[in-house]
Design a protein around this ligand. Structure first.
Ligand SMILES: [Zn+2]
Length: 105
C-alpha cells in the first residue's frame, strides 16, 4: 500500500511538477496518518470534489460548484477557480497560479 502511494505521488510530481518529488514524498511521509490520507486523496483527485463524484456517477456534472466554468478538481481550486481569486491572492499572493507554481506550497 505504501509503495503504491509513493509510486503514485512520484508520478504526480514528475508529471505535474517535474521537480524534487523525492523531497515532496519525504515531507509527505512526515505527516500524521490523517493528514497523509487527506494529501493522497487530494493528489489523486479521489476526494469529494465534483470531478471524482461525477466519475463515480454520483453527481450529474463535474463542473466546479463555485464558478461552473471548469471541472472541479484540486488543481482547479488551487490554481484557477475565479470564485477563489480573492482568497488565493490573500493567501498565496497571486490571483491565478500555474500548476508549476503550486510546487512551492
Ligand atoms: Zn471554479
Amino acid at each position: 500500500m505504501l509503495s503504491q502511494i509513493l509510486d503514485r505521488s512520484r508520478r504526480y510530481f514528475a508529471e505535474f511538477h517535474g521537480y524534487q518529488w523525492q523531497r515532496a514524498a519525504s515531507e509527505a511521509l512526515e505527516l500524521n496518518r490523517k493528514n497523509l490520507c487527506i494529501l493522497v486523496l487530494a493528489l489523486t483527485g479521489q476526494c469529494g470534489l465534483n470531478r471524482h463524484m461525477f466519475n463515480l456517477k454520483l453527481q450529474d456534472t463535474d463542473l466546479c460548484r463555485l464558478c461552473k466554468e471548469a471541472a472541479e478538481t484540486p488543481l482547479h481550486l488551487i490554481c484557477s477557480c475565479p470564485a477563489l481569486m480573492h482568497k488565493r491572492s490573500t493567501l498565496l499572493g497571486k490571483h491565478i497560479m500555474q500548476p508549476e507554481d503550486a510546487k512551492f506550497l
